[in-house]
Design a protein around this ligand. Structure first.
Ligand SMILES: O=C(O)c1cc(C(=O)O)oc(=O)c1
Length: 305
């Protein structure tokens, strides 16, 4: 099957630089995706965008180039609840990748068990309206209760303005919760203003809530962009991510978000994105927790003690 990319689609950056920041041994890229390839793993009919292909081989080449040891491959919305491309990436990783799936209420126990055996450790609930159609909350709660039996967690993706309305649902979830991209704060608002304070309160009052301190390239308004050797990229995102790392050092993880779906302004050099990390996790201890200890606890708990 031939797929036409969404008009204006930005492809991932080829030939990323080598990071200047040396990742700690065993670092995990805990948020990335595979797209297709479409001829092998067709994009879902209900998708809201059609991406360029981004294969497992290309993802794992990037892992090695940047110096990561492992990946967490998160089901992208362009594949809907058809997890084959993501699961295929996991089973061909030699144990170096685990995953987060998207499932419907109709998923069977056998399917959940097969995904668990392949390395899936979470499900993703998406509330970003441009990416998915609405799923009723009682369905999601039912799914959360079922995956809890496998020790999985729930990844949630939402916009900061929607947190008040989603609060009661999120705080009723029985599993660990991992928030994508810090709940997408509007970084033109103050880091200690009411919107971000609500997110901090969410984490402070609920010890089962973790955050990915990811996607400065999506959230930044001021830049500068992670291109052309820039070592001080995305200045306006730093106070937000740093605040979360400082206050919750044991509940944060980091990932590239490669291949960066739906960027409109620029495609970052992934090597320079890695160089963003020491601006938000400023001590060696914070860096080790963010990149190794925390993602290992969530995704490879059997290897930690
Ligand atoms: O902001 C986005 O467009 C986006 C999309 C997806 C996805 O389509 O799964 O995943 C992400 O992490 C971010």
């Amino acid at each position: 099957m031939e797929f036409q990319k969404t008009p204006g689609w930005m492809d991932w950056y080829t030939g990323p630089s080598k990071p200047k920041f040396k990742l700690p041994a065993g670092a995990v890229d805990a948020h990335c995706h595979v797209f297709g390839p479409g001829h092998e793993f067709p994009y879902a009919p209900e998708r809201k965008y059609t991406p360029c292909d981004a294969s497992k081989a290309q993802l794992y080449a990037l892992r090695d180039h940047l110096g990561f040891a492992r990946n967490v491959v998160v089901q992208a919305t362009c594949h809907g609840a058809d997890n084959r491309a993501m699961v295929d990436a996991l089973v061909s990783s030699g144990g170096k990748a685990r995953g987060v799936a998207t499932v419907k209420r109709s998923v069977t126990d056998e399917e959940l068990q097969a995904m668990h055996d392949a390395g899936v450790r979470g499900v993703r609930f998406n509330f970003v309206k441009r990416l998915v159609d609405f799923t009723p909350k009682d369905e999601l709660l039912e799914i959360a209760k079922r995956v809890q039996m496998y020790g999985w967690h729930v990844v949630i993706y939402f916009e900061a303005v929607d947190l008040p309305e989603l609060w009661d649902f999120f705080t009723a979830l029985p599993t660990n919760i991992v928030v994508d991209h810090m709940g997408r704060p509007d970084v033109t608002k103050p880091v200690d203003g009411p919107e971000f304070e609500l997110f901090v309160k969410f984490m402070r009052e609920h010890k089962n809530v973790w955050s990915k301190v990811t996607c400065p390239e999506r959230l930044s308004v001021s830049g500068p962009k992670a291109l052309n050797g820039e070592q001080n990229a995305y200045q306006d995102v730093i106070p937000f991510a740093k605040r979360i790392v400082d206050e919750f050092p044991d509940r944060v993880i980091w990932g590239t978000d490669w291949p960066h779906p739906n960027l409109k302004d620029h495609m970052p050099d992934d090597g320079l994105l890695v160089d963003f990390i020491p601006h938000i996790a400023t001590t060696e201890e914070q860096q080790r927790k963010l990149l190794v200890d925390n993602p290992m606890r969530l995704y490879w708990p059997e290897e930690t003690f």
